[in-house]
Design a binder for this molecule. Structure first.
Ligand SMILES: Cc1ncc(COP(=O)(O)O)c(C=O)c1O
Length: 522
C-alpha cells in the first residue's frame, strides 16, 4: 500500500532534495496543460520504468470500478461504443444483402457441374473472385479462397518453406507480426528451419539494410506484414518487394489483413508473391479469407489441406458460396470507397442508394448529396472519413491531456491509433472506460497481464506498453462517438492522475527520471 513514500528527488541536474508524499493528496482539480509544457502525442516513448508502482490501482481508487462483466454487459440494452475495428469490422449491410440468397434459395454446391444449382453458385464465386482480384490488381486465377488470414498465413509460410526444404532452410520475418505468423514460424523452427526475426525501429518500421543483411543463399521466404494490427504502422512493402526481386528464388509474402480495403494495394507494384486477406477486417463476414498466389513467376507451395483439389489444388474443400460472395462484395465496395477521392467525382449509383450511410455518419466537411429517392448521404469515402475522425480524436485528446505518447509511425494507417498515457495504470484506465469497446496494450494471459510484444519491440517501456490503448476507427464510426470518447478519456485520465503521487511530483516540476528510487522505503 502506498500510504507514505520517502525518496530523494532532484529538481535539476545538481540539486538533490528530500521529499515526502503522504497518501493520495490531490491538490489540483483537472489539470489543463498549456503551451510548451504539454507533451504532444508524437513524443518519443518514455523509458522511465517505475511509474506504474506509484499510480493508483483499482482497489485504491475510492470509487467503484469494474471490468464490464460478460453477463451484465450482455443483459444491458445500451452497448459500449465500438472502437475496436482492428479486431473485427461490422458486416456492411450491402454485403449481407449480397450473401443472403446463397444462404437460402441458391444453395447449390459451386463444384457441382451437372445442374443449375451448381452453375449459379459457381458463377457467384467467380464474380466474387474477380472483385477481390480487382481490389489488389491481381488476376482472378490468382485468388484462392480460405477460411481467413490465419489459414492463409499458415498456408503461405509453412507451404513455401516446406516445398523448398531440400535446398533452402531459412525464413525471414519480423518481431511485430501477428501471432499466427510468429507461430507458423515457430513451428517451422521445430521442424529444423532457421528463422530470422527482424527487429523494428522505434517507429515500428523495419530497416531495409537489416533486411538485406539477413538474406542468405538458402532463404526461401520473407514474410513481412503490410499494416500492423496494434499500431497501424505501414511497412515499405514496395521497397521490400523491389529489394527481394534482386535476389532470385526468394518468395515475398505479406500479411495484408489490416491493409486491404483500407489503403491502396497493388500486388504487381509491390512485387508481392503471396498475400493474406481477411473478410471480417473489411466489412465482410468472418470465416473467409483469401490467399493471393502469384502465377507468373509461379509460386510453388505445399498445400496444408489435401482432398478434392479445389482452388488450384492449393486448398481442398467445398467453397462456402455465401462467404465467398461476402468477401467479394466487401472488396467491390471497398474499391469504390477508395476510388472516390473528391466529392465532385462522386457518382451516384445503386450502391450508394443502398448504402446504410446516414448523413450523421460523415464528417461535416463533406457536402450532402441529394439522392433522387429523397435520402441524403455524404460522400462514401472511407479514407476521408477515417482521416477526419482520426485527426479529430488525436487533436481532442492532445488538447486536453498531456504526456500522451503515440506508439508507432505517425504516417501509419489513421484508423488505428495506439496511445500510451503516462502516470496512469493501464488496467485501471481500461476498467474505467467501460462505455467504450477498446483493446489495450496488455494481453491477458492466465495469470498476468503481459505487455504487448509489438509495443516492446518498438522500445516502449513496460509501463507505457501497459498503459496503451488502441483506438480503431472505421466506416461506421461517427463524429459524435469520437467526441464522447475524447470526453471519457480526458475525464478518466485526469481522475486517475489526480490520485497519483507521481503525477503530483511531475506537476511540482520534479524530474522523475533523476530520482534515486533505491533510497525509497515504506
Ligand atoms: C494482421 C493480422 N493478421 C492475421 C489476422 C487473423 O485473421 P483471421 O481472423 O481472418 O484469421 C489478423 C486478425 O486479427 C490480423 O490483424
Amino acid at each position: 500500500m502506498l500510504s507514505r513514500i520517502s525518496r530523494a528527488a532532484s529538481r535539476g541536474p545538481s540539486s538533490k532534495v528530500s521529499h515526502t508524499v503522504t497518501g493520495y493528496r490531490s491538490r489540483r482539480g483537472i489539470v489543463q496543460p498549456s503551451g510548451a509544457d504539454r507533451a504532444s502525442v508524437v513524443d518519443l516513448p518514455s523509458t522511465y520504468k517505475d511509474e506504474s508502482h506509484f499510480t493508483p490501482r483499482a482497489d485504491m481508487l475510492g470509487f467503484k470500478l469494474g471490468m464490464p462483466q460478460r453477463e451484465e454487459s450482455l443483459k444491458e440494452k445500451v452497448r459500449p461504443i465500438y472502437l475496436d475495428m482492428q479486431a473485427t469490422t461490422p458486416v456492411d449491410p450491402r454485403v449481407l444483402d449480397a450473401m443472403l440468397p446463397y444462404l437460402t434459395d441458391q444453395y447449390g454446391n459451386p463444384h457441382s457441374r451437372t445442374h443449375a444449382y451448381g452453375w449459379e453458385a459457381e458463377q457467384a464465386v467467380e464474380d466474387a473472385r474477380k472483385h477481390v482480384a480487382d481490389l489488389i490488381a491481381a488476376d482472378p486465377k490468382e485468388i484462392i479462397f480460405t477460411s481467413g488470414a490465419t489459414e492463409t498465413n499458415n498456408m503461405a509460410i509453412k507451404g513455401v518453406a516446406r516445398f523448398h526444404k531440400e535446398k533452402k532452410k531459412h525464413v525471414i520475418t519480423t518481431q511485430t507480426e501477428h501471432k499466427c505468423v510468429l507461430d507458423s514460424c515457430r513451428k517451422l523452427g521445430e521442424e529444423g528451419f532457421d528463422i530470422t526475426y527482424l527487429p523494428v525501429q522505434t517507429n515500428g518500421v523495419i530497416s531495409l539494410e537489416e533486411l538485406e543483411a539477413a538474406i542468405r543463399p538458402d532463404t526461401s521466404l520473407v514474410s513481412i506484414m503490410t499494416v500492423n494490427n496494434e499500431t497501424g504502422v505501414i511497412q515499405p512493402i514496395k521497397e521490400i518487394g523491389a529489394l527481394l526481386r534482386k535476389h532470385r528464388g526468394i518468395y515475398f509474402h505479406t500479411d495484408a489483413a489490416q491493409a486491404v480495403g483500407k489503403i491502396p494495394v497493388d500486388v504487381n507494384e509491390m512485387n508481392v508473391d503471396i498475400m493474406s486477406i481477411s473478410g471480417h477486417k473489411l466489412y465482410g463476414p468472418k470465416g473467409v479469407g483469401v490467399a493471393y498466389v502469384r502465377r507468373r513467376p509461379r509460386v510453388r507451395l505445399e498445400p496444408i489441406l489435401n482432398g478434392g483439389g479445389q482452388e488450384r489444388g492449393l486448398r481442398s474443400g467445398t467453397l462456402p458460396t455465401a462467404l465467398a460472395v461476402g468477401i467479394g462484395e466487401a472488396a467491390r465496395i471497398a474499391k469504390k470507397e477508395m476510388a472516390v477521392s473528391t466529392v465532385s467525382s462522386f457518382v451516384l449509383d445503386d450502391d450508394y442508394a443502398r448504402s446504410p450511410f446516414h448523413a450523421s455518419c460523415y464528417p461535416s466537411d463533406l457536402p450532402f448529396i441529394q439522392l433522387s429517392s429523397g435520402n441524403d448521404f455524404r460522400a462514401g469515402r472511407d479514407r476521408a472519413h477515417v482521416d477526419a475522425l482520426s485527426k479529430r480524436l488525436i487533436e481532442g485528446i492532445n488538447a486536453n491531456v498531456e504526456h500522451v505518447v503515440r506508439n508507432g509511425d505517425v504516417a501509419g494507417y489513421p484508423g488505428c491509433i495506439n496511445l500510451s498515457f503516462s502516470y496512469v495504470e493501464g488496467e485501471s484506465l481500461l476498467m474505467a472506460l467501460k462505455d467504450i469497446a477498446l483493446s489495450s496494450g496488455s494481453a491477458c494471459t492466465s495469470a498476468s497481464l503481459e505487455p504487448s510484444y509489438v509495443l516492446r519491440a518498438l522500445g516502449a517501456a513496460e509501463d507505457m506498453a501497459h498503459s496503451s490503448l488502441r483506438f480503431g476507427l472505421g466506416r461506421f464510426t461517427t463524429e459524435a462517438e469520437v467526441d464522447f470518447v475524447i470526453q471519457q478519456i480526458v475525464r478518466t485520465v485526469h481522475r486517475l492522475r489526480e490520485m497519483s503521487p507521481l503525477w503530483e511530483m511531475v506537476q511540482e516540476g520534479i524530474d522523475i527520471n533523476s530520482i534515486d528510487w533505491s533510497q525509497s522505503h515504506n
